[in-house]
Design a protein around this ligand. Structure first.
Ligand code: FAD
Length: 380
């Protein structure tokens, strides 16, 4: 089931495709080598309005629906780097969307407007060394002191952590458990913050950091909503984040399929093109069938999300199925490249490596199964 893309969507897709081909694809190896997407790219994306497609018109966003994010991601992925897509989404979708949704007009002026232009880059800080899947166990404390909060704690695995100007931070303002969690926007040039870049084994173009907060004073007006709203805001945000990963996984599998098909049509062994052998025709037919199933599940979840229909289980199914499938597809598609599929210089090798994080970020596969089980009466 394909989403009902309008003429406006098609025009938008064409413009993103042209931008990606000219401004991103030729420089991907450089971004991967440097371990980050340069600020300049955020500014260029901002100038074209791509960072604000889902953000409020009052702050120069375009207030569009998630289908535009879907198109943006599908086209960004044509650059062949999952890290590029993840870094841009961590900024526009994960860190900024929730400020747009729950922040005061002052906060939106200070953070959403410059996020839309790309002048300020955002990160979302939830995970801690002692709390990942179990978000309710976070322990970074924010204590009220006059007109400020004083923050102490550590966050880990934070995408854009070293390049960001602000972090939308999950903190504990109250008692143990989910009701004591709040979200607060923290400028990353505040005194008392240290950052450590982490070296990953995948997604090299998206930088990842550990953030240390020692007596960091942040104006109390930087709180999103009220004290105790954080857990609900995080859970609501997870829906978009999980769809983002499903879309990235589907786009990555499509790239792998296209690469494998080209290789099969061009590469010869024992006097035949590889796709002259029925074993490869059948293998790639299976690959295509499975990708189509993942896309169908993902588009169905997107459609429900866009229409405002509760879709927690469907989104979890889409994320679980497409991100787990990506490993298998990457293996099958890389195999037809023989030794070349293992060489650093090939897009296939990078895509195979990058799919590892899909089943961890924005909720692990085990958490997706737990959500599906609970919503289907499987967890008495
Ligand atoms: C590349 C990358 C980028 C990331 N970016 C961000 C970011 O920008 N911001 C941010 O806040 N976080 C980010 N994360 C963190 C990510 O959200 C967490 O890694 C994820 O939620 C899992 O948490 P954990 O690593 O602490 O693993 P744990 O929660 O410790 O889980 C370890 C294992 O135990 C399993 N497990 C846990 N609980 C149960 C259970 N009840 N039943 C069965 N199995 C269970 C998990 O599924 C997993 O397999 C990122 C992670 C990665 C890898």
């Amino acid at each position: 089931m394909l989403p009902s893309f309008t003429e406006d969507h098609v025009i938008f897709r064409r413009s993103v495709a042209a931008f990606v081909a000219k401004e991103i694809a030729p420089f991907v190896a450089e971004f991967e080598g440097n371990g980050e997407v340069p600020r300049d790219i955020f500014k260029k994306l901002g100038a074209l309005g791509y960072l604000g497609i889902r953000l409020s018109k009052e702050y120069d966003g375009s207030g569009q629906d998630f289908l535009y994010t879907t198109i943006l991601l599908e086209e960004l992925m044509r650059c062949g780097s999952v890290g590029v897509a993840v870094s841009i989404m961590a900024h526009a979708e994960f860190a900024s969307k929730v400020i747009d949704r729950a922040g005061s007009p002052h906060l939106k002026e200070c953070f959403v407007r410059p996020a839309i232009t790309g002048e300020k880059i955002g990160a979302l800080g939830i995970t801690e060394p002692g709390a990942g899947s179990d978000v309710a166990a976070i322990n970074t404390k924010a204590l009220r002191d006059g007109d400020a909060y004083v923050i102490n704690g550590t966050k880990v695995f934070i995408t854009n952590g070293t390049i960001a100007d602000f972090v939308t931070l999950a903190v504990r303002t109250g008692e143990k458990g989910h009701s004591g969690i709040s979200l607060i926007v923290v400028p990353l040039d505040s005194s008392g913050i240290e950052r450590r870049r982490l070296k990953k084994t995948m997604c090299d173009a998206s930088d990842t950091a550990e953030l240390f907060f020692t007596d960091v004073r942040v104006p109390a007006e930087n709180l999103l909503g009220s004290e105790g709203d954080g857990f609900r805001l995080i859970m609501e945000g997870f829906e978009g984040e999980r769809l983002v990963l499903s879309i990235i996984a589907c786009a990555q599998m499509r790239l792998l399929f296209e690469a494998a098909k080209t290789q099969g049509l061009e590469r010869a062994a024992f006097g035949n093109k590889l796709l002259g052998y029925q074993v490869w025709q059948h293998r790639l037919a299976d690959v295509l069938t499975r990708i189509t199933a993942a896309e169908t599940l993902t588009y169905r979840a997107i459609d429900m999300y866009v229409r405002g229909v509760p879709a927690n289980a469907e989104i979890s199914m889409a994320k679980l199925f497409s991100t787990e499938l990506a490993h298998r597809i990457a293996h099958d598609c890389s195999q037809i490249f023989g030794g070349m599929g293992l060489m650093e210089e090939t897009a296939v090798a990078r895509l195979e490596r990058d799919c590892k994080g899909f089943t961890i970020g924005a909720g692990t596969s085990e958490m997706m199964r737990t959500i599906i089980a609970k919503s289907s009466g499987l967890a008495p």
